[in-house]
Ligand binder design. Structure first.
Ligand SMILES: [Zn+2]
Ligand SMILES: [Zn+2]
Ligand SMILES: [Zn+2]
Ligand SMILES: [Zn+2]
Length: 796
């Protein structure tokens, strides 16, 4: 997903192997500038490679297909009739993305979608969709239906005067229409609405929002004067061993915000798709990240605004669509399929140069040529460190401006290490060819002017296509290609995944199960200053395209502030972690790694996630293929492969159980899960994470059928295991407690609910801050519980 599709990787690997050894050597040692030049030469003589790439692009079509639109709309209607409005909503959005802008068909999509929105209770958004339908030329004969919906929406929103005025207009309109029979049902609806209106006017509902508002106190935040987006309690340091890094310049409390940064650039990952409905069909109805999140700001989509040019990009609002078009999408839109084929890193590289602007890109690329010989050296910048006062603050630290200030800017991003010499030559070759192929396409599609200048979109909207694709890249595009190659190489170490907690399953349950999902890949120049630790002292969370880093524990003055790049000591053994960290070109020496690397100290993961003896249930031991019971007298042994096989079978069975739950067969799901657990008890240690997962699933199933006490019982067991693995103040434990609070809340277990809410708040506020969505939900639950009549409170 990050890298190009496997077929293109395979082709470039074969091409690499077939190159003359001398050329391979030159490429391996080439600077970024020479790599681009040589890459152009290679591709010029291999037209079949480009043809193959074009062929691969057919698998990821991003154009608009009106025939797909009508199919999706029909599917939407089908779901709508079944009362599955959420699924219908997404299918109508998909249909709209395939219709041509301004066509009557697209207005029908919006009108249909507004009906689903009304059923889902999203009245404001429903009104927006009705307005969209009207402005796109909705057929007159269908208009009364939509206008009645509008009246209903206004009514539901409590805008009584508006509703009344509107109904009056509508009434006369329908009366004028004459053909009474066709509108009989509508007139009936109209009179129903009038009755409702009358009722509402007589007894106005109490104003909402009295309680449940955030009383979370604003966080203390003082920005650092020399690092944008960083707290004033940090300072930037630089040394040979650690490179640039951030250090606490005063004592820091747990939960304190340390970095708040907006991504310089981010690109939505196409991602795994979620099943929307079952059954295989000609078009794919599964929802992807592109259906669920705004292409630009990553906000969750409800009623998306489709791109005017492609079926891929969807936005949360017209404003986001316009801004994306202006900033980068007018260049990216015609290349949609190619960008999906070449992967997210390539896409991020392109968007980075588009956002930076050609003037800035060429300034920094040319500057870098002066010091190209030692690019691996962060000081390979052209700017001489004239002041020669490296000791004085951050002045002279790479990426800082002349006043010594480090900003989340293109300059800072440009100076992130590309590790040109450390990547494998094959990888560099793949990146080079991908970038060159993309730039050649830009040129062939007549998009060069849009890349190089800040022309207005009108001037660029009709690109002149040039005839020959084999043409030599212009010098300017070579500069762009060089910058993109650098960014692609930088991404291997500096790509930051933006993750969100995504709701799993149908999303209509009282207890929401959420899992972290990778949403986008981004560059955060300030966040990139943090070094890795497998046992970090910070916690990272995202909101849209911005990141917040908080202290996960107290950090004393002088300590380095560390962040985990992925391999956490609670989740992986040291060998796996070190393997994963190799992509960052360093060996982790954090306390967890040092301790585990010393012989004899086993990782927590190995100890807790061990197999147990089938006879006496003691822990099984041994590093070899055969494991033995740790109780000598028992003397039972078993093959590791056999036990691993059983574990895999178990995982399969659990999957099946969850599938049963998904299709609404809760009773069968419970039976299957209970059987899985019994089976697991015969060969997994009681602390095994899988045991916790099963308890969590059981809790989920019981919650969906309203058996709150059972659900709570299972979730408490899950929490015990999660705590053991991740620690009592970990974010994982926080999420589990959040779920338990929901279950207890629904089951009216008031006092335990209140104490669980309090614990969850304590943990989640450290990781996500007092203003986060989860914290607000907890507050609302608490407010609701405290308003319950006293006699209920005393009963529990
Ligand atoms: Zn948006
Ligand atoms: Zn587009
Ligand atoms: Zn480590
Ligand atoms: Zn035994």
């Amino acid at each position: 997903m990050a890298l190009p599709v496997a077929e293109w990787q395979g082709r470039t690997a074969r091409l690499w192997a077939a190159l003359e050894p001398a050329l391979r050597e030159r490429l391996a040692a080439a600077s970024l500038q020479d790599a681009v030049r040589l890459g152009c030469d290679v591709l010029r003589s291999k037209e079949e490679e480009e043809a193959a790439l074009e062929q691969l692009c057919h698998r990821a079509p991003t154009g608009k297909k009106p025939e797909a639109a009508s199919w999706y709309r029909e599917q939407g209607n089908r779901e709508f009739k079944r009362g599955r409005y959420q699924a219908a909503l997404r299918l109508y959005s998909r249909a709209a993305s395939h219709e041509l802008p301004g066509s009557p068909e697209v207005s029908v999509c919006f009108a249909n979608r507004s009906a689903a929105l009304l059923h889902l209770g999203h009245f404001e958004v429903c009104l927006e969709d009705i307005a969209r339908a009207e402005s796109h030329g909705y057929p007159d004969r269908l208009l009364p239906k939509v206008l009645l919906r509008k009246a209903e929406c206004l009514l539901c929103l409590g805008r009584l005067q508006d509703a009344q005025d509107f109904l009056r207009v509508l009434e006369s309109k329908i009366a004028l229409d004459g053909a009474m029979t066709t509108h009989l049902t509508r007139l009936k609806k109209l009179s129903q609405l009038k009755v409702k209106l009358g009722e509402k006017e007589r007894c106005p509902e109490p104003a909402q929002g009295e309680h449940g508002g955030t009383q979370g106190e604003p966080e203390i935040w003082e920005e650092n004067s020399s690092i944008s987006g960083a707290s004033s309690s940090l300072s930037l340091s630089f040394d040979a061993e650690r490179g640039r890094h951030l250090v606490a310049s005063q004592d820091i409390m747990a939960g304190q915000s340390l970095v708040k940064e907006e991504a310089f650039v981010s690109v939505l990952c196409p991602g795994e798709s979620l099943a929307l409905q079952d059954g295989d069909t000609a078009w794919d109805t599964r929802a992807t990240n592109a259906d669920l999140y705004c292409h630009r700001c990553l906000r969750q989509l409800l009623a998306s605004v489709p791109c005017q040019g492609c079926s891929y990009a969807q936005y949360c609002s017209q404003d986001c669509a316009d801004r994306a078009w202006q900033q980068y999408h007018r260049t990216e839109c015609p290349l949609g399929a190619l960008l999906l084929t070449l992967g997210v890193f390539c896409h991020v590289a392109l968007r980075t140069v588009l956002l930076a602007g050609y003037a800035e890109v060429s300034r920094l690329v040319e500057g870098s040529h002066c010091g190209d010989k030692n690019l691996q050296n962060p000081e390979g910048s052209c700017r001489p460190l004239s002041e020669a006062d490296a000791g004085a603050g951050s002045r002279g630290v790479p990426g800082c401006d002349s006043s010594g200030r480090y900003q989340s800017s293109y300059q800072a991003l440009f100076h992130l290490l590309p590790h040109t010499e450390q990547h494998s030559p094959e990888h560099k070759f793949l990146c080079t060819l991908s970038v060159v192929a993309l730039c050649k396409q830009l040129q062939a599609a007549g998009l060069e002017a849009a890349v190089l200048s800040q022309e207005s979109p009108q001037q660029c909207s009709k690109p002149k296509t040039c005839e020959k694709t084999s043409e030599e890249l212009s010098p300017e595009l070579k500069t762009v290609a060089e910058a993109m190659l650098r960014h692609m190489l930088q991404l291997q170490c500096n790509a930051q995944a933006i993750t969100v907690m995504q709701e799993m399953g149908p999303g209509d349950g009282a207890v929401v199960d959420k899992k972290p999902v990778r949403l986008a890949t981004a560059f955060f120049p300030v966040l990139s200053l943090l070094n890795h630790s497998c046992c970090p002292n910070t916690s990272v969370s995202f909101s849209g395209t911005s990141v917040t880093v908080r202290a996960a524990q107290p950090i004393s003055s002088g300590q380095e502030v560390l962040h985990c790049y992925g391999p956490h000591w609670c989740r992986m053994r040291v060998a796996e972690r070190q393997q994963l960290l190799r992509q960052y070109f360093f060996k982790c020496r954090c306390p967890a790694c040092l301790q585990e690397l010393q012989s004899g100290v086993k990782s927590v993961v190995s100890i807790r996630n061990s197999f147990c003896c089938p006879k006496c249930r003691a822990q099984m031991q041994g590093e070899e293929d055969t494991l033995c019971c740790s109780i000598e007298a028992c003397a039972t042994s078993a093959s590791r492969d056999h036990l691993s096989g059983r574990l895999q079978d178990l995982q399969q069975e659990i999957k099946k159980a969850l599938e049963l739950l998904r299709v609404g067969k809760a009773d069968q799901a419970i039976k299957k899960l209970l059987k899985c657990r019994m089976d697991a008890e015969t060969f997994l240690s009681p602390e095994h994470l899988m045991m916790g997962e099963m308890e969590d699933h059981l809790a989920q199933v019981y919650a969906t059928v309203g058996k709150w006490q059972e659900a709570a019982r299972h979730l408490r067991k899950s929490i015990e295991i999660v705590e053991m693995h991740h620690g009592p103040s970990s974010v994982e434990t926080g999420h589990e407690l959040f779920k338990l609070a929901q279950i207890l809340f629904n089951g009216f277990a008031v006092s335990e609910a209140l104490s669980t809410i309090q614990r969850a708040e304590g943990i989640l506020s450290v990781h996500f801050g007092p203003q986060s969505a989860q914290m607000q939900e907890l507050q609302e639950m608490k407010a609701c519980l405290s308003e319950l009549p006293r006699n209920i409170l005393q009963r529990t």
